[in-house]
Write a protein that binds this ligand. Structure first.
Ligand code: ADP
Ligand code: MG
Length: 600
């Protein structure tokens, strides 16, 4: 008996779906891209349970005929290309004709659609690739597509879905990537009957504001500088953040020819342009739109791939870096001009000849008042000589005396004398093995971290009431992450409650915390948690403990009393391990007795 046979269509589609539709977010991307390809100017996204039970996209695009509507769900059915050569002159987002076939293989799909020229539209229902119902129906021009119970027939896929908060964040991230390139199209995003985003048609800057402005006028975009450069190879436009408004929660987006892309190398070009202007872990926000001849980039054949190869990456790196430098430079030379109003960049700016790319070179610009003590990064208290080093807590420490490789385990060190503070940042502690040199700030992080983690696990945090409630405004994806970690924030001593659709009110903070930093603190935690992910509770608890420990820890430059040093050393040496901070920075180094003898 012969055993080789062709797979039935619904099986083949399900296999293909594994590649194209990995999670609700990839399904949403395909649907919205189709609406854009159909020329829609208004697109509504309606989601239930982070897309598990419903993902619906309603557009006012050109719609489909009865036959096309049925055909669209077949594999390799597309209206967008018919010859291989078409691939190289693509103007649409989709072209593989795989998305709808894949989606209907792993979900229950309902669609109504009508073209302008048709009297009636068509309504059809497809369930696991099988057409179960089709009839003419009255409906508006455009397409209304519902994807229900995604992966209902693929339990393995369903199991791989993350928490609702995570999937919702994935949906929003995917949504941002698209809506940021189509500011002239109106979008709404509704989740469980709540309007999370309502984006009117506008320009790029207004779109950015509508997403990241957290409801305040120009809160976000007033910190952006316009950037534009046109060369034969590429034209680049967009926005970068003013150096002093850069922070720990940067929004970083690259787009090429109307598509989102990731590009670590170009990312570096931007960081290089800012180098020296940002402290420690601060990073700039950027929204950069590249326009380049399609031949100069690798056609993005894979539907889920966001990394794109450019033919001339080094040249573009240089162009991008220079453009960013110039933008920042122009900005710092003309501090009084309001760059938020579009078009003002066209004004010739008074710059010293040949000096436009060097930031903060004040030559040729009269009447600039410079406050030498002004520090844009210090948000809460004025910098004082005594605590200035805390602004840059992670600046590189002095070279270590011994290398990690030669370090013995410290677990059994026994102090043999009293601690001594050196250079306002180290504690020197004589031990049986030699002189232990302790970084005071990092040591304190270690001990506070362990204590906080324990309080968190045992839900024993103690709260102190704030004088005034503080309001924390969040973007929809941040709201979702907040929802996840809320119980733990409360366990550690934060009093936090939902304040509005887009904000939380903070009325109490853990007793150990300085009160003034409540907002910054929660924002830092949220950012750290979002970076590590919100799927494993242990992980985000560790992030919460680390963020808090960092802000409680004694800063460099603080003079310690004998008791304080003694207490810190005792608590540090009592830890199971203390050679590194939870995020891997070295805490202690040993000048061993042997080493000392060899030297002297
Ligand atoms: P592709 O987008 O790669 O062509 P899809 O499976 O996503 O493949 O869609 C198949 C076809 O269905 C498209 O080529 C298009 O003609 C039609 N189509 C899909 N969605 C829409 C829509 N929202 N409005 C109009 N036509 C659509
Ligand atoms: Mg498509």
């Amino acid at each position: 008996m012969d055993i080789v046979h062709l797979l039935p269509d619904h099986v083949a589609n399900q296999i293909a779906a594994g590649e194209v539709i990995q999670r609700p977010a990839s399904c949403l991307k395909e649907l919205v891209e189709n609406s854009l390809d159909a020329g829609a100017t208004n697109i509504q996204v309606i989601v239930r349970d982070a897309g598990r039970t419903l993902l619906q996209v309603i557009d006012n695009g050109k719609g489909m005929s009865q036959t096309d509507a049925r055909m669209a769900f077949e594999r390799h059915a597309t209206s967008k290309i018919s010859r291989v050569e078409d691939l190289f002159s693509l103007r649409t987002m989709g072209f593989r004709g795989e998305a709808l076939a894949s989606i209907c293989a792993v979900a229950q799909v309902e669609m109504t659609t009508r073209r302008q020229e048709d009297e009636v539209g068509v309504c059809l229902e497809i369930d696991g690739s099988k057409l179960v119902h089709q009839e003419p129906c009255a409906c508006p021009v455009g397409t209304n597509l519902k994807v229900k119970n995604l992966f209902y027939n693929v339990p393995v896929r369903r199991k791989f879905l993350k928490t609702d908060q995570t999937e919702l964040r994935n949906l929003l991230t995917e949504f941002y990537h698209i809506v940021l390139v189509y500011p002239r199209v109106q979008f709404t995003f509704v989740h469980n009957d709540e309007v999370l985003l309502d984006l009117p048609a506008g320009n790029e800057k207004q779109r950015i504001e509508a997403i990241f402005g957290r409801g305040r006028t120009h809160a976000f975009t007033s910190n952006l500088i316009d950037l534009r450069t046109d060369t034969e190879l590429v034209s680049i436009r967009g926005f970068v953040s003013k150096p002093e408004s850069s922070g720990k929660n940067p929004q970083q987006y690259f787009f090429v020819n109307g598509r989102y892309m990731r590009h670590p190398y170009f990312h570096k070009a931007i960081l290089t342009a800012y180098s020296g202007m940002l402290p420690g872990d601060y990073a700039p926000s950027y929204f950069i739109y590249f326009d380049i001849a399609p031949e100069a980039i690798d056609v993005n054949i894979h539907p889920t791939k966001t990394e794109i190869k450019f033919a001339d990456e080094q040249a573009i790196f240089q162009i991008l870096m220079a453009a960013v430098r110039e933008a920042i430079g122009k900005f710092s030379l003309a501090p009084t001009i309001d760059f938020n109003r579009e078009g003002e960049l066209e004004m010739p700016l008074p710059t010293a000849p040949g000096n436009t790319t060097s930031p903060r070179s004040g030559t040729g610009m009269p009447h600039i008042q410079v406050d030498p003590t002004y520090n844009p990064f210090h948000r809460t208290q004025p910098a004082t000589p005594r605590n200035w080093t805390t602004l840059y807590p992670d600046r590189p420490a002095a070279p270590a005396l011994s290398d990690d490789a030669q370090l013995p385990l410290y677990e059994h060190d026994i102090p043999t004398g009293i601690p001594y503070q050196y250079a306002d940042r180290y504690i020197l502690l004589p031990t049986r093995d030699g002189l232990l040199i302790i970084n005071q700030h990092r040591a304190h992080i270690c001990v506070e971290y362990e204590a906080l983690l324990q309080q968190l696990r045992e839900q024993q945090g103690v709260s102190q009431q704030l004088l005034f409630q503080e309001i924390l405004d969040l973007t929809p994806d941040e709201m979702a992450a907040m929802e996840t970690i809320l119980p733990d924030l409360r366990a550690i001593g934060f009093a936090i409650d939902r304040f509005s659709k887009t904000s939380y009110g903070i009325s109490g903070v853990p007793a150990q915390l300085p009160q003034s930093d409540a907002l910054m603190m929660v924002r830092d935690i949220l950012q750290a948690v979002m970076e590590t992910g919100t799927d494993v509770q242990q992980r985000w608890q560790e992030q919460i403990a680390l963020s808090l420990a960092r802000s409680i820890a004694i800063p460099y430059g603080k003079i310690l009393t004998q008791e304080e040093m003694q207490d810190l050393c005792d608590r540090l040496l009592a830890l199971k391990t203390y050679s590194r901070t939870p995020d891997g920075k070295r805490v202690v180094t040993l000048l061993s007795n042997n080493e000392l003898e060899n030297r002297l």
